[in-house]
Structure formats: structure tokens, C-alpha cells
Design a protein around this ligand. Structure first.
Ligand SMILES: CC(C)(COP(=O)(O)OP(=O)(O)OC[C@H]1O[C@@H](n2cnc3c(N)ncnc32)[C@H](O)[C@@H]1OP(=O)(O)O)[C@@H](O)C(=O)NCCC(=O)NCCS
Length: 168
């Protein structure tokens, strides 16, 4: 199912997107924060994700600008959805990321009925943190040595969350 925002259309990822994604994940500004996404990992984790994960191509006028995904935890007592995004360098600073994040967040709240959304950038990914704050996410706290970075060592992550009525 596709979801439309102001400029973006989020549509299911397709096999024909893999070439463009391979190029995007090789860009230094993207690879720094989404390391090791070679063709094999793109196919395994984005084209054929786990059943709780939904991956969308972010498109602008039918051009692939990036990927955005939601991972839904439907355990009734802890129900929430996590988001993640990567946008190709030429689209950074154009508003496409904010549009895509708002569009998916609205879909998760209004259609999927989630009351709480999370996102977990690297603690030193200031650009991503500033972008997520614009959408309405707030810092919860630092998760120490949370994820393995591009250099192979474990780095801190920042847990951010947003409640349904905080969506801007
Ligand atoms: C993270 C990402 C989605 C953000 O999208 P974007 O289009 O670059 O973000 P925006 O331009 O909308 O917002 C970033 C904000 O941070 C500011 N910013 C830019 N570089 C910054 C930096 N180094 N430090 C702090 N703030 C910065 C911008 O000025 C902007 O604020 P403004 O609109 O008020 O001027 C995009 O950069 C991306 O895909 N990067 C590579 C992959 C990645 O990091 N993914 C996130 C993993 S959690």
C-alpha cells in the first residue's frame, strides 16, 4: 500500500530499486550512519524484511529519494512502532526527510492505531536528531554502546519518542 505526503509518496520497495539503493548506501554521508548495507544486506533486510517490519521507498515525482521503515511491536502491553530512515545525499536539506517521517508517523497513528513512536539515531548524528525534533520526537535518553558503527566499534544511541498528540 502506498502512502502520500505533501511531496513524497511512500510505496512498497521493489526489486528494481536495489541498484539505486546500492548507490545511495555507498555515499559517504549515508554509509557513515547505515554501515555495511551492501547488495546482499539490502536484499535480505529491506526487500525481504522480518514480518513486523514494513519498508517503503521514498519517492518524489517517481524518483527514488531514500527508504523509510517501520517496525511494529504489537505486544498489547507495550504496543508501539519504531521508525528508521535513509535519504540520498542530494535530497538532504530539501524537506523530503521531514515529509517522509511525518507521512509515515501519521499513517502509524491514524491507520495503524499506534499511540507511541520511537526512533534511535546514533547519539552523535546531530543532523538526524535535529530532523527528528522538527517532526516532534523528543530525546528520552542515551543507550550506551547501543549499536556497531561504521568503524566496527559499539557507539551510543539516542532513544527518542513521540506520542500521538505530539505529532506536528
Ligand atoms: C538524517 C536525515 C534523514 C535527515 O534529513 P535531512 O534532509 O538531512 O534533514 P533536514 O535538513 O530536514 O534537517 C536537519 C536539520 O539539522 C540541521 N543540521 C544539518 N547539519 C547539522 C549538523 N551537522 N549538526 C546539527 N544540525 C545539523 C539542518 O540545518 C536542519 O535544520 P533546519 O532545517 O532547521 O535548518 C538525512 O540527513 C539522512 O538520510 N542522512 C543519512 C542517513 C542517516 O543519518 N539516517 C538516520 C539514521 S538514524
Amino acid at each position: 500500500m502506498s502512502v502520500s505526503g505533501d511531496r513524497v509518496v511512500l510505496r512498497p520497495l521493489q526489486v528494481i530499486d536495489v541498484d539505486a539503493l546500492e548507490k545511495m548506501f555507498a555515499e559517504p554521508a549515508v554509509a557513515r550512519w547505515w554501515p555495511r548495507f551492501d547488495r546482499q544486506k539490502i536484499e535480505a533486510e529491506l526487500l525481504h524484511p522480518d514480518e513486523d517490519t514494513t519498508v517503503y521507498a521514498i519517492t518524489v515525482d517517481d524518483e527514488l529519494a531514500g527508504v523509510i521503515q517501520s517496525c511494529e511491536d504489537d505486544e498489547p502491553d507495550y504496543r508501539h512502532a519504531g521508525l528508521d530512515i535513509a535519504v540520498a545525499t542530494r535530497w538532504h536539506g530539501t524537506g523530503v526527510a521531514v515529509d517522509a517521517l511525518r507521512t509515515l508517523a501519521r499513517h502509524l497513528v491514524k491507520v495503524q492505531g499506534h499511540h507511541r513512536l520511537t526512533i534511535d539515531p546514533a547519539a552523535d548524528n546531530s543532523r538526524a536528531i535535529a530532523c527528528y525534533e522538527k517532526v516532534g520526537f523528543r530525546a528520552v535518553g542515551v543507550m550506551r554502546r547501543y549499536e556497531r558503527g561504521a568503524d566496527g566499534t559499539f557507539h551510543d544511541g539516542l532513544l527518542m519518542d513521540m506520542l500521538a498528540d505530539e505529532l506536528e
